[in-house]
Ligand binder design. Structure first.
Ligand code: 6R9
Length: 595
C-alpha cells in the first residue's frame, strides 16, 4: 500500500472534458445520468427490457440473431469488407439461415452439447457464422487468432480436447504441424473462399469442405432449450506461470454484454453503424464484436484486414461509421500518421469513440478530441469479467487518463495486502464483486486456479489502481509479470518455453519493457548453450523461431544475451530483477538470489 505519489497526483491534473449538455447533443445518450442509473440499476432490468429468457431459454444465437422482430431481421447485421476492399452484407435473416445450415451440418457430424469447436480463420464472415452455429448446438466455441503459430494452437486445442477445427487452406498447414498432438480433433472443416482447394483423401482427422457441408444442409434448425449456465465461449488468457488458461463463459453473459453495449458503447440500433476493430480471437471481438451489439440489433462493420490509417479512415467515411471501439496502440499509431490522413476523409459520421485493452494516455484523448471532435472513452475490463466494468460514459465528465467509474451493477474496490478496503487516493489491488452475468465460470480444467482469484467475495483482477475522491479509477499497473503489448496479454512463461525450444538457447527470462507506442514490448534475456556465439543473425533467427511457433504479437522484439540469468536459490529465473536492471530501478530484496 502506498499513498498516491506526486507523479500519480499529477495525472489527476490532466485535461478534463466536462460532461456534455445532454439536451444539446445531436444524439441523446442512452445513459442520461450516471449517478441516477448507478443508484437504481441492476442487471435484471436489461434482461426484462429485452424480453429474456426466450421460449428456448438463453441461447446466444436466439438472443443475438434469430429472435429479433421482423423489421430487425431485414437489417444488415454484418457489413464485411475484405482485405482487397470487396464488400458482403448479411442481414440478421441471412445469418439465421447460414447458422441454421451449419448447425445442421455440425449435428450430422455428431457434434453435441458441450463439445469444443474452434475457429482458426482470418476475419471472414464464416467466423461469425461458425461461432453462432456452434452455439446453436450448444457446443463450447473457441475463436483463435489467425496470427497464432502451431504451438499456440496446440496448447489450446489439446487443453480442452477440441473435436472440430474450422480453418482455411492458408492456415491449415499450421495445424498439420501439430496434428499428431491433437488426437481429439475429429473433423477439420476448410473454408475455401477462393474455391480452389482440392480435397485429398485423408482419413484422420476427416477433412471436409465448408461449402460441401452447407450445400447439403437444411436451412431450418430448432435451437434447443438452452440453460443460462450452459458454457458458450472459451478464450485463452495468459498468466504469469504455466500455459494460457481457458476462461469459460456462459450463454447468460449476453445480459451484461447487451447492457454495456447500450450504456457504454451507447448503441442506438436504428441509426448506428458500429465498428469494433478487435479480432474475434480476443474477448473484445466476441463480447463487443458479436454478442453485445447484435443482442441489440445493431449493424456492424467488420474489416478483414489489419491496421492502416488511410484504410481505416476510408472505411469510416464510406460506411458512415457512428460508433467506433478501438485500442490505445491503434490510436497512438493514428497519432503518428498525423493530421493529413484525417483531413483527407469525411469522418463527420462519427459520434462516439471508445478504447480498451491498455491504459489510454491523456495525449491520445486530447489528440482524438482535436481531430475527430470527440473524446475517446476508455473502458476497463478483462477476459474474465466478460463485459466492461469500469468505463467512461457519453454523458459523464471524462478525466483524461482515468479508466472511469464502475458500470451500473458493478461494485469495485481497492484493497491493501490484507484485503482491507483503502480510501480514495491510496493505491492497491483492484477488485470487483463477481456479479455480472458475463463473469467467467471457470478456467477449463483449472478449478483451483479459478478459486484462487476470489477472496471474501471479491474477484482479484491482478491489476493495481487507485480511486480519486470523485470515484474515478486510475490504472497503475499489473500486480503480476504478465506483459501487455499493444493490448495483447503475453505470459512470460509461454515465450520462455518457446525460446528454450531453440537449439541455441540454454535459458530464458522474459519481461515487458516500456514502449511509447505499444505500452510494452516483449524483451528476452537468454544465455546460450556451449558452442553458440552471440550475433545479430542468431538473435534474428531466434526471434523468427518464436514468432513462427507462438504468435506474431508474442515474439521478443529485443533479445539480449547474458552469460547467465539471475536465479533464485531454488532455480527460478528472477524476472523482477531482470526488469529492475533493464529500467535502472533499485533491485529490491535479492536475498534469495543464487550466487
Ligand atoms: C478486454 C481486455 C485485461 C487486462 C487488464 C489490464 C489491461 C484492459 C485497460 C487495461 C488499463 C484499460 N487493460 N483495459 N489497462 N486501462 N482501459 O483487455 O481483456 O485481454 O483479458 O486484458 O488488460 O491489465 O487486467 P484481457
Amino acid at each position: 500500500m502506498s499513498t498516491v505519489n506526486d507523479s500519480v497526483s499529477a495525472t489527476h491534473a490532466t485535461p478534463t472534458f466536462t460532461k456534455p449538455d445532454v439536451v444539446s447533443m445531436a444524439v441523446a445518450p442512452t445513459m442520461a445520468s450516471y449517478e441516477t442509473l448507478y443508484k437504481t440499476y441492476d442487471w435484471s432490468q436489461t434482461e426484462k427490457a429485452l424480453n429474456w429468457p426466450r421460449k428456448n431459454g438463453y441461447n446466444l444465437a436466439t438472443l443475438c440473431i434469430d429472435g429479433h422482430p421482423d423489421e430487425v431481421m431485414q437489417r444488415d447485421a454484418l457489413i464485411w469488407v475484405s482485405k482487397d476492399g470487396k464488400e458482403e452484407r448479411y442481414t440478421f435473416a441471412d445469418l439465421k439461415r447460414e447458422t441454421n445450415k451449419l448447425a445442421n451440418a455440425l449435428t450430422r457430424l455428431g457434434i453435441k452439447q458441450g463439445d469444443r469447436v474452434f475457429t482458426f480463420l482470418e476475419r471472414v464472415p464464416e467466423v461469425y457464422i461458425s461461432v453462432f452455429a456452434a452455439l446453436k448446438v450448444q457446443a463450447l466455441v473457441g475463436p483463435l487468432f489467425a496470427a497464432f503459430g502451431p504451438e499456440a494452437i496446440r496448447d489450446r486445442l489439446s487443453d480442452c480436447q477440441a473435436k472440430v477445427l474450422i480453418t482455411s487452406p492458408e492456415l491449415k498447414g499450421r495445424f498439420e504441424q501439430i496434428m499428431r498432438d491433437c488426437p481429439s480433433i475429429e473433423y477439420v472443416i476448410v473454408v475455401d473462399r477462393e474455391g480452389t482447394y482440392k480435397l485429398t483423401v485423408e482419413t484422420d482427422p476427416d477433412v471436409l469442405l465448408y461449402s460441401d457441408l452447407m450445400a447439403s444442409a437444411d436451412a431450418a434448425f430448432d435451437v434447443p432449450h438452452t440453460d443460462k449456465n450452459q458454457p458458450s465461449i472459451i478464450h485463452y488468457t495468459s498468466g504469469t506461470t504455466g500455459k494460457p488458461k481457458g476462461a469459460v463463459h456462459r450463454h447468460y453473459s449476453a445480459v451484461s454484454q447487451a447492457a454495456t453495449a447500450k450504456y457504454v458503447l451507447d448503441l442506438q440500433p436504428e441509426t448506428d453503424v458500429y465498428w469494433c476493430t478487435a479480432d474475434p480471437g480476443w474477448v473484445t471481438g466476441t463480447s463487443y464484436g458479436m454478442i453485445g451489439p447484435w443482442a441489440l440489433g445493431t449493424t456492424q462493420l467488420v474489416y478483414e484486414g489489419g491496421f492502416n490509417p488511410e484504410t481505416w479512415y476510408k472505411l469510416i467515411q464510406d460506411y458512415k461509421v457512428t460508433v467506433w471501439y478501438t485500442a490505445p496502440t491503434a490510436i497512438r499509431m493514428l497519432m503518428k500518421a498525423g493530421e493529413a490522413p484525417v483531413r483527407a476523409y469525411d469522418l463527420s459520421s462519427l459520434r462516439h469513440l471508445l478504447s480498451v485493452g491498455e491504459p489510454l494516455n491523456p495525449e491520445a484523448i486530447v489528440w482524438g478530441e482535436a481531430q475527430f471532435g470527440h473524446v475517446f472513452h476508455d473502458t476497463w475490463w478483462q477476459t474474465e469479467t466478460g463485459c466492461m466494468h469500469i468505463c467512461n460514459y457519453a454523458s459523464m465528465t471524462v478525466k483524461a487518463g482515468s479508466m472511469g467509474r464502475p458500470h451500473p451493477g458493478v461494485v469495485a474496490g481497492i484493497l491493501d495486502e490484507d484485503g482491507n478496503e483503502l480510501e480514495a487516493g491510496q493505491e492497491g489491488h483492484l477488485v470487483v464483486r463477481p456479479d455480472a452475468p458475463s463473469f467467467f465460470q471457470t478456467y477449463w480444467g483449472r478449478q483451483e486456479l479459478y478459486d484462487s482469484r476470489f477472496k471474501n467475495g471479491w474477484y482479484y483482477t491482478g491489476d493495481r489502481a487507485w480511486r480519486d475522491e470523485d470515484g474515478y479509477y486510475w490504472f497503475v499497473g499489473r500486480a503480476d509479470d504478465v506483459i501487455n503489448t499493444a493490448g495483447h496479454l503475453v505470459g512470460p512463461f509461454e515465450v520462455e518455453s518457446a525460446l528454450v525450444a531453440h537449439p541455441a538457447v540454454a535459458e530464458a527470462g522474459v519481461i515487458g519493457k516500456p514502449d511509447a507506442e505499444r505500452m510494452e514490448i516483449v524483451k528476452a534475456f537468454i544465455s546460450l548453450k556451449a558452442g553458440y556465439e552471440d550475433s545479430e543473425k542468431l538473435r534474428e533467427e531466434i526471434r523468427l523461431f518464436v514468432r513462427n511457433r507462438l504468435a506474431a504479437h508474442a515474439y521478443p522484439r529485443e533479445i539480449e544475451v547474458l552469460e547467465g540469468l539471475p536465479k533464485t536459490r531454488s532455480g527460478k529465473i528472477m524476472r523482477r530483477l531482470l526488469k529492475a536492471r533493464e529500467l535502472g530501478l533499485p533491485e529490491g530484496d535479492v536475498s534469495t538470489l543464487e550466487t
